[in-house]
Design a protein around this ligand. Structure first.
Ligand SMILES: [Zn+2]
Length: 317
């Protein structure tokens, strides 16, 4: 089969790779229906994150189960399944606490930009959809695999609730999914910090009530103005840079919460400054598995349309 492999900065090749095989009795092999590019792929693609060797790309996936290992019980060939970027057993204490991305047996799932993918710990990792989705639902089903689940975790970690003033820092796909998630959680006031007209439009469609284009201190001033000088209750940090993290912390009211899901690159926080902000910080790799059944259901019932974040569809080659 042929799949994508990253060799170095801006050097992605589409080349022959060995077809994955069942290696452990807990594995499944799935035939990809759709895959995509993650914001976190852009760090190594741009050379900001070094890679040690040519690396098969892609960790967002959904498709039909071809084969399962001998001890896999709940997942069966022919099912349409969605999984996420870390395989998890869904039985250990961390999984039970809802942190499947810290599973004691977690394994990264990579190489999804190919026709076939091996998924470890299939029973714990994969969730079956009610059936094979019609083509128009496929983008939204694929979005559940990472970007939607990550935006959802950002909102949950930021303690979004119906009374909260919510600010979303970052207007990429994850930030937009954060807006959608905050709306689903009932937030009445959602501020998207965005400078791109097309993304502002989508943010408004997903539930944003305000757009703030200013950044840094000016951005903080605008958030204060919008919240009677108080600051936001819930802030979703969806970028991963020092600037975006500080933007998020400074926009948050004392006692408020920052949910951060941008993979940090060069972020260093000053202990004393953090101490005096009185801000809760909760983030990390999103435990998408926790949310998959709910998110798949919302998409299946056409209550949300997260697939709109995809703006380009291409054949794999
Ligand atoms: Zn676990």
């Amino acid at each position: 089969m042929r799949g994508t492999v990253l060799y170095g900065p801006r050097d992605i090749r589409f080349e022959e790779r060995a077809e994955p095989k069942i290696m452990n009795p807990t594995d499944a092999i799935i035939r990809m229906a759709a895959t995509c590019v993650c914001g976190s792929d852009l760090w190594p693609y741009r050379g900001i994150q070094a890679i040690a060797q040519p690396t098969p790309m892609g960790h967002e996936y959904c498709g039909i189960v071809e084969e399962v290992g001998s001890v896999v019980k709940s997942i069966k060939p022919g099912q349409f399944v969605i999984g996420s970027f870390f395989a998890s057993d869904n039985t250990c204490p961390h999984c039970h606490a809802g942190y499947q991305t810290s599973c004691q047996h977690k394994e990264f799932v990579g190489g999804a930009q190919a026709p076939l993918l091996r998924v470890p710990l299939a029973d714990g990792t994969l969730v079956a959809a009610p059936g094979v989705p019609p083509d128009d639902l496929l983008p939204s089903i694929l979005a559940c695999s990472d970007v939607l689940g990550t935006g959802w975790f950002a909102a949950a970690a930021a303690n979004v609730n119906p009374d909260a003033t919510v600010v979303v820092v970052g207007d990429g796909a994850v930030g937009l999914m954060g807006v959608l998630s905050a709306k689903q959680m009932g937030a009445g006031r959602i501020v998207a910090m965005s400078r791109h007209p097309t993304r502002q439009k989508l943010a408004l469609e997903f539930g944003a009530t305000h757009i703030v284009t200013e950044r840094g201190d000016e951005g903080v001033d605008r958030i204060k103005q919008l919240s009677n000088g108080v600051g936001a209750d819930s802030v979703l940090e969806c970028v991963g840079t020092e600037e975006s993290m500080m933007q998020a912390i400074h926009c948050t009211r004392p006692g408020g919460s920052v949910g951060y899901v941008g993979v940090p690159h060069g972020v260093e926080l000053d202990g004393q400054e953090l101490f005096y902000t009185h801000v809760h910080l909760h983030g990390g790799p999103a435990p998408v598995r926790q949310y998959l059944p709910k998110l798949i259901n919302l998409v299946w019932e056409r209550k949300i349309n997260p697939g709109k974040v995809f703006d380009l569809t291409l054949p794999l080659d």
